[in-house]
Write a protein of this length. Sequence first.
Length: 713
Amino acid sequence: MKNEFRESIGRAVGNATLTGALGKFSEAYKINRARAYEGIDFEALRGVIAERKSHAASNMEQVADTFAKNAEALGAKVFRTNDPGKVREYILKVARDNDVKSVVKSKSMATEEIHLNDFLEKAGISVGETDLGEWIIQLAGQRPSHMVMPAIHMTKEEVAELFSKEVDERLENDIPRLVKVARHELRSKFLKADMGISGANIAVAETGSIVLVTNEGNARLVTTLPRIHVALVGMEKLVEKFEDVVPILTALPRSATAQLLTSYVSIISGPTPNTDGSLKDLHIILMDSRRTEMANDPKFKQALQCIRCGSCLNVCPIFRLVGGHVFGSIYTGGIGTILTAWFEELQNAEDIQGLCIQCGNCKEICPGKLDIPEMIMEIRRRLVMEKGQPLAQKAIFGIVNNRKLFHGMLRAASVAGTPFRSDGFIRHLPMFLSDLTDGRSLPAIALEPFRDRFRRIKQPKCTEKAIFFAGCLIDFAYPEMGEALVRILNKAGIQVVFPEDQTCCGAPARYSGAYEVAAKNAEDNIRALLREEADYVVSACPTCTVALAHEFSDTLESLGRNEWLTKAKKLAAKTVDFSSLVKRLVDKGRLTLKEGQKLGAITYHDSCHLKRTLRAADQPRELLNKAGYQVKEMLECDMCCGMGGSYSLKLPEISAPILRRKLQNIKETGAPVVAMDCPGCVMQIRGGFDQDTADVKVKHTAELLAELVEEGR
Ligand code: SF4
Ligand code: SF4
């Protein structure tokens, strides 16, 4: 990670105005969006959008041809190119041929993508942005920080300052007054302009129409007042049929701005008339710029399903902390990382891909059904394939890939950490490691790992068998969680088996793009976990469970190691997370929870992998409720705690403020205990509370339930 990039993160995180405003916006957005979608089956809706957009992407050439034929039949001139340079030249030629001196533009990310304003200005043509947000950033000489709300990072004070300079008058920070000033200033630009340039939200092949969705009405003026209209359309905006507009128009305003519909929806089918009755000169440019190449890439084709609503940015814990400019390119956030890798080059995404903590919030909310975290992982994989792993990482994974050496080093670290250990925590580390204990204590490595303790556990005679995959944290930092799991399963008549040659689940390597390392971890674990026949393979770490249940197969398949696939799938079919298994056992009457207890208030933190990949949000809550706790929900219970595996070590400057917010939300419930199902989240949140003054106990659900379950009756 380059120093310059790291510094820009530091500046953004240190900008309290930015983080405060984005944080508040993000909290309100989720509530308003949920309201806007009331009564709508979001899953069904996004299924339709994904299917229609995917169909258009699969047939992009043909859909583009049909669009061009139908738009030309209506009188438009259609130009299609893969080359952004040719787009700029085409627009300049149209301008020069028609003696254009000034242009007005409505918001268009495609024009931002090709830096059109600079190009036209350098050719002597004045360009005026007419979307309020775009005009603000044009005056400020900045790039948009968000694809829907380009000036979201700016305060009203900053805007008043800019407008004051523009109109040469001291203006107050009064929003209605500022809007009035903008309207007045922009009106004269509209009237003088010789050419209007717009983008398009949708382009319909069947009718040759473009659809524009706006709130300010400026796009209507841009497309109707000047005598020439140029629409720049990225080819991902193409759909085949007019009926495909309906699902997109249902989702776009709801997802973008939590509105049922925007103030203006314009459908332009052919040139519109001028005031003298003649027809406008309408040019539609279909810009490819690697979009057809993307459509042919099985891992990235889904990116063409994006409807550019920006909601993935609004829910991203990283975007709301650092804003858009840290991403350094036109498109920002997780989707911006993907588009930068394609529309610029893969190398340009090298630093920014590291910002994604893989929480999956964006995937859950995306109306185009894009799996952004998966595509970012693929970017990481391709970067490692192109450039190799960084040397330090290579050395670490070299150790992780040798189980005996890795475990031997963990045991040695337990001894070496003794001078820094106190009450099970490491609170201060020396010198360059000191950042790692800023705002969060680290767990001390256990003096006796779970694998050693397990040998002494005497288990009753059982009818079923479960293989326990502990994962590194439970094995070497929190062995008591593993012991709790054994006690609970024994009460249900399940014998626990712990294969000692199990090793790291490979998640750290996979999330760093080191798939070869992750594949070796997968093979070692498959061998260890399938050696003995068992009814279940259980883990009390959601990240490990996801690795066993999903990622082993994906990693091995992506490397063509098909000889392992049947075994990986067999393992996946048996794998279950702790709470889901216990819930099943309680439902079947094989375990009961001590009844009639009043254990008081508790709050629950959803771990990203458990909630969004394993879909197990209700199970732990139901178990805790049944056991006698009163679950009090915290604000944003399913927002990432900032742990993200090694993320908190790589980017402590981002992880720490995310953790602070989580601790605050927990404290505001007033509950004295917070439960969670992930040892990684326990490490982050317990370590955070160790340095906070509040007395909140942080527990894995297994630790709590171990005292509360009894044998079934
Ligand atoms: S990726 Fe999804 S959520 Fe993000 S802008 Fe595109 S459609 Fe919207
Ligand atoms: S997975 Fe999480 S961190 Fe990554 S882009 Fe999506 S919302 Fe942001």
